[in-house]
Design a binder for this molecule. Structure first.
Ligand code: GRG
Length: 304
């Protein structure tokens, strides 16, 4: 039985309660972890905590919880999965901000990890978060809610989507793309892997933990794929809005974005079409699809 094991939460109309649970779980897991390692690694844990608790939206953990809800799994049972995807997301942001990759000095309005702690600690904090994400997946076995063979299936899915075939491969394509000359299929391929893969994994991971009908897996896959691309387009739109509203100068390293290939209006239309597709794919389950639908609607109009 896990630390949140006796709480059975159904998704409420807003995500506040779920975010609170996720934040409590992440805080608790870091504190417990800190108690098991030498005090001499405290700077590493401080850097992990700095980025993990740096004000992220917890979008991927929310997707894990919403997908669990869709399948009738108590959301508190998948908290370790929610933490694992947030750990991986956080490591990817720390490494993405490094001078060798995007060279960003700030993240979420604060100094990026390497600016706050130096490059060596930032790299190690990312490494540690990636590794400990799989430690979190192992917690699922200790808690005993799911069969070990099912947990192994979930770990395999996470490796596939976070690694070379997914997010890291997508990042490589981004780094290697000629930013002065790229096409829509190229940019879509990059985003499906770089951003979309971890989002899709967040939606699909709960399907590995219990036996699930094939039709529901198909619905969730469609939701995850459409939502992942929509999220990236919304990110590109926010980026241009910020550059207009705050007269932000050009990025140190220009990025391949949708908004360099289509007008903001066209990008918004594409975003809306993708969100509509995501929503219609999970609509058939009534209340059970509601949390996923709310998250999709949030991305349609998000301002952060
Ligand atoms: C370095 C291996 C490696 C991978 C990096 C995802 C990624 C790959 C880099 C992030 C670059 C970036 C800003 C992409 C745009 C979409 C995106 C992932 C935005 C950040 O995600 P949010 O908005 O972040 O969910 P918060 O701050 O809410 O956690």
């Amino acid at each position: 039985m896990g630390c949140f094991g006796d709480i059975t939460v159904t998704f409420s109309a807003n995500s506040e309660e779920q975010i609170k649970l996720i934040n409590q779980y992440i805080d608790h897991s870091l504190t417990r972890f800190q108690g098991t390692v030498s005090l001499r690694v405290a700077p590493l844990i401080e850097a992990m905590r700095y980025s993990l608790e740096g004000g992220g939206k917890r979008l991927r953990p929310l997707l894990v919880m919403a997908s669990a809800d869709y399948l009738g799994i108590p959301t508190s049972h998948v908290l370790p999965v929610a933490a694992a995807v947030e750990y991986i997301h956080t490591y990817s942001l720390i490494h993405d901000d490094l001078p060798a990759i995007d060279d960003d000095d700030t993240r979420r309005g604060k100094p990026s990890s390497h600016k706050a702690f130096g490059e060596a600690i930032a790299i190690l904090a990312g490494d540690a978060l990636l590794t400990e994400a799989f430690g979190q997946m192992m917690v699922l076995i200790e808690e005993g809610y799911f069969q070990p063979s099912h947990v192994l299936g979930a770990i395999k899915l996470l490796v596939h989507h976070a690694g070379v075939a997914g997010m890291v491969g997508g990042q490589l394509l981004d780094v290697n793309t000629d930013h002065s000359n790229f096409t829509l299929p190229e940019i879509e391929f990059i985003h499906i892997h770089k951003t979309g893969a971890l989002i899709l994994a967040s939606v699909l991971l709960p399907t590995k933990l219990i036996p699930v009908e094939e039709a529901k897996v198909r619905n969730l896959r469609k939701f995850g794929e459409s939502f992942g691309l929509a999220f990236q387009i919304s990110d590109d739109l926010l980026d241009i809005e910020a550059s207009i509203r705050y007269s932000r100068g050009p990025r140190k390293k220009p990025k391949p974005t949708y908004t360099r290939l289509m007008s903001p209006q066209e990008a918004k239309e594409k975003l809306n079409r993708l969100i509509d597709t995501a929503i219609s794919s999970v609509k058939g389950e009534g209340e059970r699809g509601q949390a996923l639908i709310e998250i999709a609607e949030f991305v349609r109009t998000r301002k952060k």
